[in-house]
Design a protein. Structure first.
Length: 475
């Protein structure tokens, strides 16, 4: 009998919710560490059954290697962010046990998302994780920017919900079912795909694009990234992106795989606009969090390229890129969390000036991660981009590869500008000396991984290829 990891996490969450009111001293840390333990136990249950394939809850959810792989990545990124929360000093308004509990709710929603096998179960799962994220973005009660960001995120999220439901209703009205298998069988039986079904898919794609920060549906991203507490920005830039990408891949490859020609054109448009806006939009930014928002948009555009061919190789490349993207993004945000002056967080690029003189090790680690994000060989970012470009070129999408290379060159400018500020600019006001040994160790590990991944790419290739194979076995 399979015990679903989502059920383990849900029961553990309920237990933590019940005991949290009775803990008085440092309750946020106590609940946080118990939350980390719960995440570890959930990961163990996933690894134990990672090669099992089974439909559960009357086919509303599916257990397979692809979903299990994404769940592991989601839990690892969520666990790391929770660990960041416990080891870094924050504003006092964040030191509440509810923070860890809401993060766990969001992780439960994300895990259900990547296992959803029905439009209804997918919708409920998306809403579960979205409602938790709305709370997290506006979690800092004393910060007006956080409240404003929460309202913006809620409005855009509500719009995304409406669009998703409208698209799903069109598909249900035509097919008579919201089950992925029924939708796939309907399209196989049709000599010509009805236009109404394609329109319904377009609405769903727009909704998912809003969630994933793909341009031109990225409007909320820079404002929410800047306004939300930095620890929350670190979370929403990683785990939810993996979950929504998993949804996008499963949705397009399995039930809508028969109309790849139609959705492929839409994904190309999303990819090109994301890469262009992501690379150009960051050039004029002076705040690191806003710059990272545009960086995310650019990376999303790059990953969308791998989805265009709809092949196993493309999904394999995306899976590897997601892993490498998480290590880069989390490394940068861990450093931002530790950027303080007089025990007050600062996020301006100019605050990095002369960092090398006071924190040479951290400056070197951050530079490696930034170079990796820029795609400089032989770092991890270069490996990820090379794999995606290889898939695109093999599919004869040369124009897409050219645009990707050009936008990567533009994007490299703002990463290198930060490195230049770290090593060559004179400091105006020095940052506080980083005394957090856990943060230093993690930064070193992130940078070491980005530096050495070129030595063992075959491990990730074999792992991701087996995961992609399980997804295509459904077809």
């Amino acid at each position: 009998m399979i015990i679903l990891p989502e059920i383990i996490l849900s029961l553990g969450f309920l237990l933590l919710l019940c005991i949290s009111p009775f803990i008085k001293a440092d309750s946020h840390k106590f609940i946080g560490y118990l939350g980390l333990l719960l995440i570890f136990l959930t990961q163990f249950s996933i690894v134990k059954d990672i090669f099992i394939f089974e439909e559960v809850f009357e086919g509303f959810f599916i257990i397979d290697s692809f979903g299990s792989f994404l769940k592991l990545i989601i839990l690892i990124s969520g666990g790391l962010v929770l660990f960041f929360y416990l080891i870094v000093k924050h504003d006092k308004s964040l030191n509440r046990p509810e923070f860890s509990l809401v993060v766990l709710i969001s992780l439960i929603g994300m895990m259900f998302m990547v296992s959803a096998n029905n439009l209804l179960s997918l919708f409920v799962s998306i809403e579960l994780q979205s409602l938790a994220l709305y709370i997290l973005v506006s979690f800092s009660k004393e910060d007006l920017n956080s409240s404003e960001a929460g309202v913006k995120y809620f409005v855009v999220g509500s719009l995304s919900t409406c669009i998703f439901l409208f698209g799903s209703s069109l598909i249900y009205g035509l097919v008579g079912s919201t089950d992925f298998s029924s939708i796939s069988n309907y399209m196989i039986d049709q000599p010509d795909i009805p236009m109404i079904l394609i329109i319904g898919l377009i609405f769903i794609l727009v909704s998912i694009s809003l969630k994933i920060s793909a341009a031109p549906f990225h409007m909320w991203t820079p404002d929410v990234y800047e306004g939300a507490p930095t620890i929350v920005t670190a979370f929403i830039s990683t785990a939810p992106k993996v979950a929504v990408f998993g949804v996008l891949i499963r949705l397009l490859v399995f039930p809508f795989g028969e109309i790849i020609v139609d959705w492929g054109k839409l994904v190309i448009i999303l990819s090109i606009t994301s890469m262009i806006i992501g690379s150009l939009g960051a050039i004029m930014q002076s705040d690191i969090k806003r710059l990272m928002a545009y960086s995310t948009i650019n990376h999303i555009g790059f990953m969308l390229m791998g989805l265009v061919p709809g092949t196993e190789e493309g999904i394999t490349a995306i899976s590897i890129y997601l892993i490498l993207y998480l290590t880069m993004n989390l490394g940068v945000f861990l450093f931002i969390l530790n950027m303080q002056r007089d025990q007050i967080n600062v996020t301006a690029i100019k605050d990095l000036s002369g960092l090398y003189k006071t924190e040479p090790v951290m400056a070197g680690c951050l530079a490696i991660i930034l170079f990796s994000m820029a795609g400089i060989p032989p770092l991890a970012g270069f490996v990820g981009k090379l794999l995606i470009l290889n898939v695109v070129v093999d599919s004869n999408l040369f124009f897409l590869a050219v645009i990707a290379v050009l936008t990567s060159v533009i994007a490299a400018f703002y990463y290198i500008r930060m490195v230049k500020s770290i090593f060559f600019d004179e400091p105006t006001e020095e940052l506080d000396i980083l005394t957090n040994n856990q943060s230093k160790l993690l930064m070193i590990l992130f940078s070491f991984f980005n530096l050495t991944v070129i030595l063992y790419p075959q491990f990730f290739l074999n792992l991701s290829a087996s995961i992609a194979l399980s997804l295509f076995a459904l077809k």
